[in-house]
Design a protein around this ligand. Structure first.
Ligand code: 3H9
Length: 698
């Protein structure tokens, strides 16, 4: 027997205990162990039932994802599931922690299922670009019916024990440790003479209109294939005998396993876990943070305060006047009321946050005792410097002083204090209580424990924190500026903003860049263009048509008109014809000939600009690893997860192809399209960004 599954005999019960920390993933040893355990129990005279449970934190949390993409080794998981179910003994699974994917499939192959009240379960394979591939799509609908099964398979969402019981996924909830509740349940079943009960032998569920469900799912997934494949797999459960349904599930699963989407999503899964692991923080203890000061109660400050309150921190919010403080309080209340209405926040907790945990202030002295301050005031260097001078004077020693600036030089801000080691950038994205991304911007003198504190705070707030270095725009906004410029060049040369948006939403972005500008407010770009105008290189091509929109008072969604026109009651805008007139006038003025762009060329130019700037950001050490850039774009810029992030996307295209594109584009404009030396080196050496990720981890 392998060590991964322990075998123990307790009276007439054989107990199989999974011992594969940290999450009891169903790797090769575990699969072998389960089959051997069942065989041994069947051969063990007097054994009448088998209990399966997980030691440590959880029941099986799924197949071992690290094995994907390698040649599969027998026994395959679907065969293990079928072997368990076909046992003449009564097999019971006792679940705790998270029974996910292949884990839930093992449970569904058991004859009875019991779970602790806090257990969570689900089929999250779609989040890895896959579908359940070990009979889950065939067994689950036989228990829950088709609609619930499609919901669980296509959303990948986790459900709690109570919902699982209501849906018929489990048979019982019991308080205790899994071994204890499992043994008690097996005893109860044996004593009552309960029969062996195989889910595969239950009648096939009633069908629905699967073509409609498939189309709707495909549309909702914005080009992601796996959820739509999940619909087809559940369809097979209705229309075919069990064994054939399993074969169809396997076919669909195997097809998805061969896709780039699967590679991209699994990259995202591991990148999400690697992003917070920094060698520089090994053994560094973060400072304790119980109270947070927030300076500025606009959309950003109120969002940050909301996030901090939601994480159980006490917050002192500083504003310029009592009226402004009151407006900030209202914003926070508005932010929290959504959670209150949805029921994810109770009235008592809401009241406690708004009264005991939140203090409004207009005097810096109120910040004298907080553990960490984040300023979210106007983006102007002299304003920031004033704030930090005040903070340096009032904050207690050891307090972390953070700026939420989006692009200003944090070294320069830190230099006005006598404690630059305590100064850091914590760059949130708006709305800060919702957006996942936090750039932790490390300045020259920032102390490692202050960096660790930034990461610890990010974790507490439920953010994905990415380490960034200081430069104009850090990782995200710097790269954004470059690919946004590539889009503007295409507009000057003949593409319309609407075609560009469409090409990029077809690529999988939630919104195109022009719709995003309308949402963020066109005045932001306008201000940036004005700020950068004096230092602009003569060869930079910067269109002015958008300035004209702003001059006419059209700032996007907030004024009802920008690139798009927003009619009351309709979320999506319709293209603003005035925009094309302005663009055509500008092209005529500059004497530019318009040409056609295919959607494919639009995507290639946009992505090449993103990847090239990403490579420069890496080379300068602003981002430490390619995966850091991927996480910034996946969690803060609506980059489609199934492409894995821009750097993973580039790897999957082939870096040589991306470089070739850049060199081709450079023939028209060798000022903008300067290949990143790092990209050239990687191509020369036949290496990838993923190789860099691996080297950084070793
Ligand atoms: C599947 O089952 C397919 C089948 O239908 C068909 C097959 C034929 N494998 O997240 P954490 C690692 S697909 C390998 O930080 P938490 C993880 O990388 C699978 N490794 O902990 C990390 O390693 P490290 C369906 C895994 O407590 C460590 O474990 N299942 C796996 O915050 C701790 O993880 C899923 O998609 C795995 N399956 O969350 C579940 N899972 O320390 C995926 C985790 O080196 N897993 N690791 O960085 C999760 O959602 C979370 O890990 C879980 C625990 C909720 C379980």
């Amino acid at each position: 027997m392998t060590d991964a599954i322990g075998y123990e005999r307790i009276g007439d019960i054989a107990v199989l205990a999974a011992q594969n920390p940290p999450v009891n993933a169903l790797g090769y040893d575990v699969r072998v162990g389960l089959v051997q355990g069942i065989e041994r129990a069947e051969a063990d005279a007097g054994v009448r039932a088998v209990l399966i449970y997980g030691e440590g934190a959880t029941y099986f949390a799924g197949a071992d994802i690290r094995e994907f993409g390698k040649p599969p080794r027998e026994p395959f998981l679907p065969d293990v599931c079928n072997r368990i179910e076909s046992s003449p003994l009564i097999v019971v699974s006792a679940m705790h922690g998270t029974a996910l994917g292949g884990g839930l499939e093992i449970a569904l192959s058991s004859h009875y299922r019991v779970a602790v009240p806090k257990a969570r379960m689900g089929l999250p394979e779609v989040n890895l670009g896959l579908i359940p591939g070990a009979t889950g799509t065939q067994r689950l609908p036989r228990l829950t019916g088709v609609e619930a099964a499609i919901d669980l398979v296509t959303s990948g969402r986790q459900i709690g024990a109570k919902e699982a019981l209501d849906l018929g996924v489990i048979d019982k909830i019991a308080e205790g440790d899994p071994r204890e509740i499992g043994l008690a349940y097996v005893r109860e079943l044996l004593d009552s003479g309960a029969p062996r009960r195989a889910v595969s032998e239950l009648p096939a569920p009633a069908p629905i209109d699967f073509d409609a469900a498939y189309e709707a799912t495909l549309k909702k997934g914005r080009g992601q294939l796996s959820p739509a494949y999940g619909v087809r797999a559940v369809q097979a459960a209705c229309e075919r005998p069990f064994a054939e349904g399993v074969a169809e599930e396997r076919r669909l699963f195997t097809e998805l396993m061969g896709t780039k989407q699967r590679q991209g999503m699994i990259h995202a899964f591991f990148a999400e876990r690697a992003v917070g692991k920094l060698p520089e923080l090994d053994g560094v203890t973060p400072r304790e943070v119980k109270s947070v000061g927030v300076i500025g109660g606009g959309t950003m400050g109120a969002g940050i305060a909301t996030a901090a309150l939601g994480a159980g921190l006490s917050v002192v919010l500083l504003e310029m006047s009592a009226e402004a403080a009151e407006a900030a309080r209202k914003r926070i209340e508005g932010n929290l009321s959504g959670a209150l209405k949805r029921g994810s926040l109770g009235q008592d907790a809401f009241d406690a946050m708004m009264t005991r945990a939140l203090t409004l202030a207009t005097d810096y002295e109120a910040l004298s005792d907080v553990d960490l301050v984040i300023e979210a005031v106007f983006e102007q260097m002299d304003v920031k410097k004033q704030v930090f001078t005040r903070l340096d004077a009032v904050c207690k020693p050891g307090a972390v002083l953070a700026t939420n600036t989006s692009y200003l030089d944090i070294d320069e801000i830190a230099a006005v204090t006598k404690r630059p080691q305590d100064v850091i950038g914590l760059h949130f994205f708006s709305p800060a209580h919702i957006m996942k991304l936090l750039e932790v911007v490390v300045a020259d003198k920032t102390a490692p424990e202050v960096v660790a504190t930034g990461f610890a705070l990010g974790k507490r707030l439920g953010k994905i924190s990415v380490r960034a270095g200081v430069c104009d725009g850090f990782i995200g906004n710097r790269i954004l500026k470059t690919y946004r410029t590539a889009a503007e060049h295409m507009v000057l040369d003949g593409a319309s903003p609407f075609q560009i948006d469409k090409a990029l939403t077809d690529f999988g972005f939630a919104m195109g860049p022009y719709a995003v500008s309308d949402l963020a407010g066109l005045d932001i770009g306008w201000m940036t263009r004005k700020r950068l105008a004096p230092t602009r290189h003569p060869r930079e091509r910067v269109p002015t048509y958008a300035d004209k929109l702003c001059e006419a008072g059209h700032y996007g969604q907030k004024t009802g008109r920008g690139y798009y026109i927003y009619e009351a009651g309709r979320r999506a805008g319709i293209p603003n014809p005035e925009v094309m007139e302005l663009i055509e006038a500008e092209r005529a003025e500059l004497g530019l000939a318009s040409r056609d762009f295919s959607d494919d060329e639009i995507v290639r130019r946009y992505m090449a600009a993103m990847v090239n700037e990403g490579a420069k950001v890496l080379e300068e050490g602003i981002a430490r690893r390619p995966l850091d850039i991927d996480m910034v774009f996946l969690s803060g810029y609506g980059f489609p997860r199934y492409h894995g992030g821009p750097m993973k996307w580039a790897d999957m295209q082939g870096l040589d192809k991306v470089l070739e594109d850049i060199r081709t584009f450079a023939r028209e404009d060798d000022y903008f399209w300067q290949p990143a030396p790092l990209l050239e080196r990687l191509v020369e050496e036949g290496r990838t960004f993923d190789d860099m990720n691996r080297e950084a981890a070793s």
